[in-house]
Design a protein around this ligand. Structure first.
Ligand SMILES: [Zn+2]
Length: 406
C-alpha cells in the first residue's frame, strides 16, 4: 500500500469552513486517502516501512486542494472583438447583429473537432491546475445540439485523462436558444429533455444538469421541465439563477433540492431562505460581476444570516468571465462582495465541494482524498489578499506528489 507522510506543516484543514490552523502538524495518507491529520506529536510517524514516502513541508502552509465548482472552460475561439465593440459603446443588439455574443462561441465550438477543442481548452485547465486546483467542474452549453453538447462533455472528460486533476461534468443544454430554434424555445427544451439529458446520462457524460433561468435564457416553467428530466435520470441539478433579474430562480433551485444555485445577484430574502431550507449551496461568481460592471450585489448578509454555504468560482467563459484563476476569483469575492478571506478560502474548498455534491474532498481530515497544496505563505488570508501571480510550492493529488509551476 502506498503511504505518504506529510511532516512539519502548518495545516488549514478548512473543516466547518474555518481556517483554524494545526501548527507543527502532519498528515498520513494511504492509497490516496487521508487516514489521519493532527499535530506531529499525535501522529504515528513511524517511517520504517520502505513504501512510505515522507514529504517534509519545512513549515509550509498546507490547504486542501482548491476546487473550481463553476466553469465553462471548454469552448473554441475568443470574444475579444466583442469586448472592443462594447468598450466603443455598442449595445448587446449591435453585437448580436455583427455576429457576436454567445452564438458566435456556439458557431466556433460546433466547427471545431474534438481534438481542436481540447487543444484550445487545455491551457485554461493548466492555468487552474498551476494554482493548486485539484477538482474542476466543466459545463457544456456551447454545442446546443445533441451531437455537439456530447462532444463538449467528452472533451471536458478527456482533459482529466493523463492528468491528475478530477473533472466533474455538467450538461448545460439549456444555456441559450440556438439560431435554428428561433421562436421555438419549447421545442428546443423538448430536445434537451428528450434527447440530450437521456443520452448524457446513458453514456456517463454528466453528473449534473444546469440551466440559465433568465429573460435572455429560459423561463422558470422551461427550467422546471429540464429539472424534471434530470431527476428522472438520477442527475444532480444546478441553476444559473437571478443573475440579471429576479425570476425566482433561487426558490426554483431549492424546490428541486439543487446542489447549487449560482450568481444570485438579484435573489431576495425569500429565495435565500428557500436555499437554506433545501441545503442548497450558493455559488458566487465575482469575475462576471466585475467584467459586466454590475452594481447589484448578491445578498451576502442574508446568506450569512440564514447559514447558506457560500462557494466561489471563476465562471471561466469567453463572454463574461475570461478568467482561469480561482485565486483571482477569491480576491474579487473579497474586494467586490466584501467576503472575509476565510470565507473566500472556504468558498474554493469545502463549500465548492458541496456545490458539486462531493463529500470526499474540500477539507483535510480522515477519509477525504489526499488532495492538498503547499504554499510558501505565512497566513492563509494571503491567498485572497494577493490579486494575481500566486503559485503554490507543490500540489499533491490523491497522495501523489506533482511539481508545481508546470
Ligand atoms: Zn456560468
Amino acid at each position: 500500500m502506498a503511504k505518504l507522510l506529510l511532516v512539519n506543516a502548518r495545516i488549514a484543514t478548512m473543516r466547518d469552513g474555518r481556517c483554524s490552523m494545526i501548527e507543527n502538524g502532519g498528515l498520513v495518507a494511504r492509497d490516496g486517502v487521508i487516514t489521519s491529520v493532527g499535530p506531529m506529536t499525535m501522529l504515528n510517524t513511524a517511517r520504517r516501512a520502505s513504501d512510505v514516502e515522507v514529504l517534509d513541508a519545512r513549515g509550509a502552509l498546507v490547504t486542501p486542494g482548491l476546487i473550481d465548482c463553476h466553469t465553462h472552460l471548454v469552448y473554441a475561439g475568443n470574444r475579444a472583438k466583442e469586448f472592443e465593440m462594447r468598450l466603443n459603446g455598442s449595445s448587446y443588439e449591435d453585437i448580436a447583429r455583427a455576429g457576436g455574443g454567445i452564438l458566435s462561441t456556439v458557431k466556433a465550438t460546433r466547427a471545431a473537432g474534438g481534438d481542436e477543442l481540447r487543444a484550445q481548452s487545455q491551457p485554461r485547465m493548466d492555468a487552474l491546475m498551476s494554482e493548486g486546483v485539484t477538482t474542476v467542474e466543466i459545463k457544456s452549453g456551447y454545442g446546443l445540439d445533441t451531437k455537439n453538447e456530447l462532444k463538449c462533455l467528452r472533451v471536458a472528460q478527456s482533459l482529466a485523462s493523463g492528468s491528475p486533476v478530477r473533472v466533474q461534468t455538467t450538461l448545460l443544454g439549456a444555456h441559450a436558444l440556438p439560431a435554428e430554434y428561433k421562436g421555438r424555445a419549447d421545442a428546443y427544451v423538448d430536445l434537451v429533455c428528450d434527447e440530450m439529458i437521456p443520452a448524457a446520462a446513458k453514456q456517463g457524460l454528466a453528473s449534473a444538469v444546469d440551466a440559465f433561468c433568465e429573460g435572455i435564457g429560459f423561463t422558470p416553467a422551461q427550467v422546471r421541465r429540464v429539472f424534471e428530466a434530470a431527476r428522472k435520470h438520477g442527475l444532480h441539478v444546478k441553476l444559473h439563477a437571478d443573475q440579471l433579474s429576479d425570476l425566482g430562480g433561487a426558490a426554483l433551485a431549492a424546490e428541486f433540492e439543487a446542489v447549487s444555485a449560482d450568481h444570485l445577484e438579484h435573489t431576495r430574502e425569500e429565495g435565500v431562505k428557500a436555499l437554506a431550507l433545501a441545503g442548497t449551496t450558493a455559488v458566487l461568481l465575482p469575475v462576471a460581476f466585475y467584467f459586466l460592471r454590475e452594481t447589484r450585489l448578491p445578498p451576502i448578509a442574508a446568506l450569512r444570516e440564514h447559514h447558506v454555504p457560500i462557494a466561489i468560482a471563476t465562471d471561466c467563459n469567453p463572454g463574461t468571465a475570461p478568467c482561469a484563476s480561482i485565486l483571482t476569483a477569491a480576491n474579487m469575492a473579497c474586494t467586490l462582495f466584501r467576503l472575509m478571506p476565510e470565507e473566500a478560502l472556504a468558498g474554493i474548498t469545502v463549500y465548492a465541494a458541496r456545490a458539486l455534491g462531493l463529500s470526499d474532498c474540500g477539507t483535510l481530515e480522515a477519509d477525504k482524498r489526499a488532495d492538498f497544496v503547499l504554499w510558501d505563505l505565512e497566513d492563509p488570508a494571503q491567498l485572497a489578499w494577493q490579486v494575481a501571480g500566486l503559485k503554490p510550492r507543490e500540489v499533491v493529488f490523491e497522495g501523489k506528489r506533482r511539481a508545481a509551476h508546470k
